[in-house]
Design a protein around this ligand. Sequence first.
Ligand SMILES: Cc1cc2nc3c(=O)[nH]c(=O)nc-3n(C[C@H](O)[C@H](O)[C@H](O)COP(=O)(O)O)c2cc1C
Length: 347
Amino acid sequence: MRERKADHIDICVKERIAPDHNYWNDIKLVHEALPEVDYDDIDTSTVFLGRRLELPFMVTAITGGFPGAKRINANIAEACSRMGVGMGVGSQRAALHDIDVDSYTVINDFEVPLKVANLGAPQLISQPGKEPFTDEELAQAREMIGAHVLAIHLNYLQEVVQPEGDKRSVGCFERIRDIARSHPIMVKETGAGISKATAQRLKGIGVRALDVSGMGGTSFSAVEMHRARKAQDRIRERIGETFFDWGIPAPASLCMARVGLPLVASGGIEDGLQAAKALVLGADLAGTANSVLKEAMVSADAVEAKLQEMAEELRVAMMLTGCRQLKQLPDRDHIVTGPTRDWIQRE
Ligand SMILES: Cc1cc2nc3c(=O)[nH]c(=O)nc-3n(C[C@H](O)[C@H](O)[C@H](O)COP(=O)(O)O)c2cc1C
C-alpha cells in the first residue's frame, strides 16, 4: 500500500495525467465594464458546513500512509492554516492499519479551519479477503485528525482499472446511508464526476455535502495506466488508456449536482478564475489537488504562494464581474461553449 501511495505522487508530478481539454475553459464570464466595486473592498470570506473560511477554497484529499506523505501534508496544512482554507487528508485506510499514522495527524499541528477525513466507499463493504471498516474505525478516522466532516470517496474508475482494485460495489450505498446517520458525511468523487440522479440519492440519505470531482483534471485511469506500464501489464495499461477521459466533465457535473446540498467543485481547477467560474455555476467551494502537489513537495511557502495567486485571480474575476461578495457570483452572466455546452444542454 505504501508503495502504491508513493507511486501515485510520483506519477502525478512527472507524467501526463489530465486530458488535454480543460472543461473550465469552456465557461466564459461576461465582462462588467462598470463594476461599481472597489477592489480593496472585495470580501472572499465564506462559511461552509458551519466553518468560516477566508477564501472559498479547499485542498482536497491527496495523501497519507507512506513516510514522504508527512511532509506533503504538513506543507499543505501550514499553508491552509495561514490562508484560512479547508484541507482534506488522503485515504486513511493505511492509518487504520497503523501505517504512518503521523503522516495524517501532522495536520493537527496547524489551525486548519476545515479538516476533512477520508475513507473509500469500496472499503465500506467486504472485498475478497478483506473485512470492511467497522463503525469504530470510522470514528477513529475522524478523531485522528479532529475532522469536521468525513469524506467518503467514490473511486470505482480507479478500482476497476488497477489490477489489485476492490471491485465489489453492491451494498455501498446502503452502508453510506447507515454511516450518514451517525457521522457528518461529504461524498466525493475522485475525478469522474457525480450525476444528478446520484446526487439526489445521496441527498436523500442525509449526506451533508458533495464534492463533484469531475473529469478534466487528475484522471486515475491515467495514473493506473502509468503504473501498469511500469509493471509491464499490457492489458491494464490499455484499459487505463481507453478510459483516460472517462467521466462527467467537472463543470457539467457541478450543474447536475445542484440538488440543494453544499457543493465543492473540483476536477481540473488550476487557477482563481476557474474557481470563480465554479462559484458562478453554483459551487460553495472550489477544490484543487494536483495543482498544489508540486508545491507541497517543496514547502508550505510554495503552497501558500499558489493559493495567494489563486486568491488574487478570484478577486480580479469578482471585480470584473461586479461582485463585492461571493454571494453575488451565483448565476452571474456567463456563456458555456465547447463540449461542456453539450453536456449542460442535456440537463
Ligand atoms: C496524488 C493524488 C492522490 C489522491 N488521493 C486521494 C485519496 O486518497 N482520497 C480521495 O478522496 N481523493 C484522492 N485524490 C483525488 C483528489 O482529491 C481530487 O478529487 C482529484 O484529484 C481531482 O482534482 P484535481 O484535478 O485538482 O487533481 C488524489 C489526487 C491526487 C492527485
